[in-house]
Design a protein around this ligand. Structure first.
Ligand SMILES: Cc1ncc(C[n+]2csc(CCOP(=O)(O)OP(=O)(O)O)c2C)c(N)n1
Ligand SMILES: [Mg+2]
Length: 668
């Protein structure tokens, strides 16, 4: 393909600045992806020059437009724009050090590494789905605070890969249904992915697909700036979410490589870059931006700064200013703690026998009455996850005043959208599904953890204890797999009190997501003596002590009841068993050695959990210690039959305890 690019306007120069920085940074790093940034440079120049409102000096300004580069491999587009806009943490040195250790310019955009990066992208499709959550948050906050305080757009650049990923279906469907008209998706329709042409692997009519989901759809030449501008203008006014198919040439400007998959993810090479400089009429040396071009980009920042100042004046005079500001910060921990302590006190007295999913609903009644900013939801399991408390209004198409979201049977998009709600700010999202379907959420949960976004995952039906629905629904390896994820708290409370503590802990997080693993089956209250302290926060604690321990039984969730029963059996024979409740391995692991030693003791130990043993060794158990749990998939039957069938019983625990306390091997 031979494209001699025409450079006639300042906007053309603004686009070519993105291309030049991209070529040079990728070349210098000797790795990276020049294709997408060079192909979308014109669209991005138009988008920022004429539409995006943000202020690099106040990067967290709540009413800024959100921009998400869902095609995260095109990270140089983001870094180039941030450099040109004048973000103070994105000097040219950062561009020169693209992809190097310690640089903010990581291979893919990383949330928290540099100002203005709204989220971590790279796993294709996540950006698009997370942006749906951001756009939803914008409408929900707009419904509460009005146009004067909340009135912005969410723009997404997505590639062929993002649209091929399954999550795109869920996200597009949800956004179309909810009529998120402030969402504008710019599809880098370049017909190329890594392996070659998109015709290798897809025949989907994307425009028809979006239209079928209720989107406003347009198609433009992505190198015709006025056409792009006109399309964005229309997209902004249409009440539906908008998709603009921007027909582009990948690597636009690289004379011999553009239009080919060769330009997707490899440096262009010195010769091609020199030729591209000629083709683009960009005579400037590497990493040099002429002042007029820089000035044009700075004007975008100045426009944004002025808009922010207008906004600040509106806030100052606004009757809801205080509530708006409060919503932007962490939750009111003191109010929550007071309400939760009272709730815990009642529970210890009443000692209800309820499933922890029910206990979670009881705690949520307190949470939602205390904190105005929670946004609940479920992936079509509201009545099972018990996520909707009394009087909680649902969000509906065109009506965003509610605080409950029917995510539909879209676990992956729910998790991503919750990331978006949390990242947007102003809302504390939680959402439910069955624990076995955590795997349907997992890529987005991984981003919650990696970004440090405090989302609460309410995952019920947490073991074979769910019974008759059988092994498809019974998690056995899920706890272990979630515990393996860094910066994720996996909480498996034993009763209503621990569930209340788990909620308090979850909502106190500012940079860590939480998974609540909750039972379907009823469980007794094991914490009948009220203590103010949040014991779940210690990770594990001695629930029932023994003066001289012969054995320590360590259990989580529903199996704590079993451990207590086993301790009773053993006590009758004169074997002293301490019982440890261990609702959170991650928190236990970071306690001081003293607490851990005190909790675990020196006696032989038995771990009890209706799941696989993986993850118990090292932290909880030593070689020679015992475990009562699952070794394979479950089965379909009433829960009590399953516990007997799989040998997870008080008798089995007691047998193992007898064996360990008598066996000479138990020389701990
Ligand atoms: C979930 C996921 N799968 C695979 C990849 C690896 N990958 C990165 S870019 C890419 C191709 C994307 O094609 P497209 O979105 O069309 O980008 P373009 O080549 O046009 O820049 C793939 C497969 C990824 N980043 N994320
Ligand atoms: Mg492509």
């Amino acid at each position: 393909m031979n494209v001699q690019t025409k450079v006639t306007t300042t906007e053309d120069l603004m686009a070519n600045a993105i291309r030049a920085l991209t070529m040079d940074a990728v070349q210098q790093a000797n790795s990276g992806h020049p294709g997408a940034p060079m192909g979308m440079a014109d669209v991005a120049a138009v988008l920022f020059n004429r539409f995006v409102t943000l202020d690099p000096k106040q990067d967290r300004w709540p009413d800024r437009d959100r921009f998400v580069m869902s095609a995260g491999h095109g990270s140089m587009l983001v870094y180039a724009i941030h450099h040109l806009l004048g973000y103070d943490d994105m000097p040219m040195d950062q561009i020169r050090r693209f992809r190097q250790l310690g640089a903010r310019t990581a291979g893919h955009p990383e949330y928290g590494h540099a100002k203005g990066i709204e989220m971590t992208t790279g796993p294709l499709g996540q950006g698009l789905a997370t942006a749906v959550g951001m756009a939803l948050a914008e409408r929900m906050l707009n419904a509460r605070f009005g146009d004067a305080l909340v009135d912005h757009f969410t723009y997404v650049i997505a590639g062929d890969g993002c649209l091929m990923e399954g999550i795109s279906h869920e996200a597009i469907d949800l956004a179309g249904h909810l009529r998120l008209g402030r969402l504008v998706l710019l599809w880098d329709d370049n017909g190329i992915t890594i392996d070659g042409g998109t015709d290798l692997s897809t025949s989907t009519d994307q425009r028809a697909r979006f239209a079928a989901a209720g989107w406003h759809v347009q198609a433009v030449d992505g190198h015709d700036k006025d056409a792009v501008a006109q399309a964005i203008e229309l997209a902004r006014t249409d009440p539906r979410p908008s998709m603009i198919a921007c027909r582009t040439v990948i690597g636009y400007g690289a004379p011999t490589k553009q239009g080919s998959h060769d330009v997707h993810g490899a440096p262009l090479g010195a010769e091609e870059i020199a030729a591209a400089r000629r083709a683009l009429d960009w005579p400037h040396p590497p990493f040099e931006i002429p002042e007029p071009v820089r000035g044009a980009w700075r004007a975008v920042a100045a426009r944004g700064a002025a808009a922010r100042q207008d906004w600040a004046r509106r806030v100052a005079a606004h009757p809801q200013a205080e509530a708006f500001r409060a919503a932007q910060g962490p939750v009111d921990a003191r109010a929550l703690e007071a309400a939760m302590t009272a709730h815990k006190h009642r529970l210890s007295q009443d000692a209800p026998r309820v499933a922890t999913r029910k206990a979670s609903e009881m705690a949520l009644e307190v949470v939602n009455a205390t904190l105005p900013d929670t946004a609940g939801g479920s992936a079509d399991l509201t009545g099972s996850n018990n996520t909707r408390t009394k009087g909680m209004r649902a969000v509906a198409p065109g009506d965003y005043a509610g605080r409950y979201i029917h995510y539909g049977i879209r676990e992956h998009a729910m998790a991503a959208a919750m990331n978006g709600l949390a990242l947007h700010g102003g809302l504390r999202p939680y959402g439910g599904t069955f624990l076995a379907f955590a795997d349907y959420c997992r890529p987005a949960m991984r981003l919650s953890a990696l970004m440090g976004v405090p989302v609460t995952y309410v995952m019920t039906h947490d073991s074979i204890g769910l019974g008759e629905d059988g092994p498809t629904h019974q998690p056995v390896e899920t706890l272990a797999s979630l515990r393996a994820m860094p910066n994720l708290l996996v909480l498996r409370p034993a009763d209503a009190v621990e569930t209340a503590e788990s909620w308090a802990l979850a909502l106190a997080q500012t940079a860590t997501p939480v998974v609540l693993c909750l039972s379907r089956q009823a469980l007794p209250t094991v914490r009948t003596r009220h203590v103010e302290a949040n014991l779940v926060a210690r990770g594990a604690y001695v629930l029932r002590g023994a003066p001289h321990r012969d054995v320590t039984l360590i259990a989580t969730g529903s199996e704590v009841e079993l451990a207590l029963a086993a301790a009773d059996l053993l006590a009758a024979e004169g074997i002293a068993a301490a019982v440890v409740s261990a609702p959170c391995f991650e928190l236990f692991a970071v306690q001081g050695a003293e607490h851990r030693a005190e909790v675990l003791g020196d006696a032989p130990r038995i771990g009890i959990e209706a799941a696989v043993r993986q993850g118990w060794d090292g932290l909880m158990l030593r070689p020679g210690d015992g475990f009562v749990g699952m070794t394979g998939f479950g089965a379909s039957a009433p829960a009590p039959d399953l516990y007997r069938h799989f040998g997870i019983t008080a008798e089995a625990v007691a047998d193992l305890a007898r064996h360990l306390t008598r066996s000479p091997a138990a020389a701990h």
